[in-house]
Design a protein. Structure first.
Length: 170
């Protein structure tokens, strides 16, 4: 191969490598811009979603407060039957599997939320917290009976399993 052809081949090869490097640089830049756009769109979407959730929470809270301000809804009830949350929701025509998330106390807390708070309450503070957590007065006579029953059951567990194991069970 003559020297002139080799030089020309090397020049073409060098130009091709340069074009390839520029093409690769453009591809990386386009990819970086695309990723930046995607991150920005994702952040905007998350912000919109958060705003919508906040609006929904606020409107639900507002509806609950309006509903709650109406006073008692169950009137002329001549029954003293005790029912659980599932039966209450079923009676109201709801078909949710988790009704405790939809039944609210006067302070706006759900039954589920209160149960979660009570789960993290130390046992020595449990009775004090129960009396204040719902934000409404409780029937003291019934509470004392329940408390005595709870303490008796705890003593029985301690007697059967020993003090350390009974603490783990409660």
């Amino acid at each position: 191969m003559p020297l002139a052809e080799i030089k020309e081949f090397n020049l073409v090869l060098a130009r091709h490598r340069e074009d390839l490097a520029q093409s690769e640089a453009r591809r990386r830049e386009d990819l970086a811009q695309s990723e930046a756009r995607h991150r920005e769109e994702l952040a905007q979407s998350e912000a919109r979603h958060k705003e919508q959730l906040d609006e929904l929470r606020n409107s639900m809270r507002e509806m609950f407060n309006k509903f709650n301000s109406l006073g008692p809804v169950i009137r002329d009830l001549n029954s003293s039957q005790v029912i659980n949350a599932y039966e209450f929701e079923r009676h109201a025509g709801c078909k949710t599997k988790h009704p405790n998330n939809h039944i609210y106390f006067e302070n706006g807390k759900t039954i589920y939320g209160i149960v979660q708070e009570l789960r993290s309450t130390p046992q020595n503070m449990l009775f004090e917290v129960i009396q204040t957590i719902t934000g409404s007065p409780i029937n003291q006579k019934t509470f004392r009976l329940w408390k005595e029953s709870f303490l008796a059951a705890t003593r029985e567990l301690q007697r059967i399993y020993g003090k350390d194991e009974a603490k783990q069970l409660s």
